[in-house]
Ligand binder design. Structure first.
Ligand SMILES: [Fe+2]
Length: 200
C-alpha cells in the first residue's frame, strides 16, 4: 500500500497538475470538444505492465469493464495504437505500487479502429484532509500526432461528485462526459468511456 499521508502534503502544496484542455458540458449530445484534463494526483507510477485486466483474480470489489474508443479531434475517426496508462485505488480507496506487481495499474493499446477495453474492479472512495473524493479511475492517453491528456473517469450516482468532491475546484467531477453509468453485463458492470484527443 502506498502511504497516502506521505503524499498528501505534495498533493495540496504543489500546484494542481492540470493540463490544458476544454471541458465538454454535455455527453454525446454536446459539441465536439477534446476530453478535458483533470488532476493527475500523486499516485501515478511509470512502468505499469501492458494488460487488459488490472485486477488480479483475488482482488476484492465489484468487477467492471470500461469500453470505448479513442477518437481524433473530429470526434469520429478512431486512433489506432493510442496508449492508455491507467491507475486506480482498490475497493477500500488505497493505491498500490511496484512492490505489489503494479496492482490495479496497467497500460492498454487501442485497436485499429481506436477501440479499447479495460477490466478491473470498481474503486472505492477515499478520504482526504477536507472530505471524500468520488470514486475515479485515472488515465493518461497519448497517441502520435495528438496532444496527450491526463484525466479522471467518474461514476454516475456517486454522492461525492462535485460540488461534494473534496478536491474542490481543482478537480472536475461534474464533467458529464467523464461520468460513466455502469450497467450489468455478463456478471460484471460495464461502462462506456470515449476519449477525444486534440491534434497536436
Ligand atoms: Fe486518485
Amino acid at each position: 500500500m502506498l502511504d497516502r499521508r506521505a503524499v498528501l502534503h505534495a498533493l495540496f502544496a504543489a500546484p494542481a497538475a492540470i493540463l490544458a484542455g476544454s471541458r465538454r458540458a454535455e455527453a454525446s449530445a454536446g459539441p465536439c470538444l477534446p476530453t478535458a484534463s483533470d488532476v493527475a494526483g500523486p499516485f501515478y507510477l511509470p512502468g505499469a505492465p501492458r494488460r487488459l485486466d488490472l485486477a488480479a483474480a483475488g482482488e476484492s470489489g465489484d468487477r467492471i469493464a470500461i469500453r470505448g474508443r479513442v477518437l481524433s479531434s473530429d470526434c469520429r475517426t478512431g486512433v489506432a495504437g493510442a496508449l492508455l496508462d491507467v491507475w486506480q485505488a482498490d475497493a477500500k480507496g488505497e493505491y498500490h505500487g511496484k512492490d505489489e506487481q503494479y496492482r490495479l495499474r496497467g497500460q492498454i493499446l487501442t485497436g485499429p479502429d481506436g477501440t479499447y477495453e479495460i477490466h478491473s474492479i470498481r474503486p472505492g472512495n477515499y478520504r482526504q484532509e477536507n472530505g471524500w473524493r468520488p470514486a475515479h479511475i485515472h488515465f493518461t492517453i497519448s497517441a502520435p500526432g495528438h496532444e496527450p491528456v491526463t484525466t479522471q473517469l467518474y461514476f454516475r450516482g456517486d454522492p461525492y461528485l462535485a460540488p461534494h468532491d473534496s478536491c474542490g475546484s481543482e478537480c472536475h467531477s461534474d464533467d458529464a462526459h467523464r461520468i460513466v453509468a455502469l450497467e450489468p453485463e455478463k456478471g460484471r458492470l460495464m461502462g462506456r468511456f470515449d476519449v477525444t484527443l486534440k491534434k497536436g
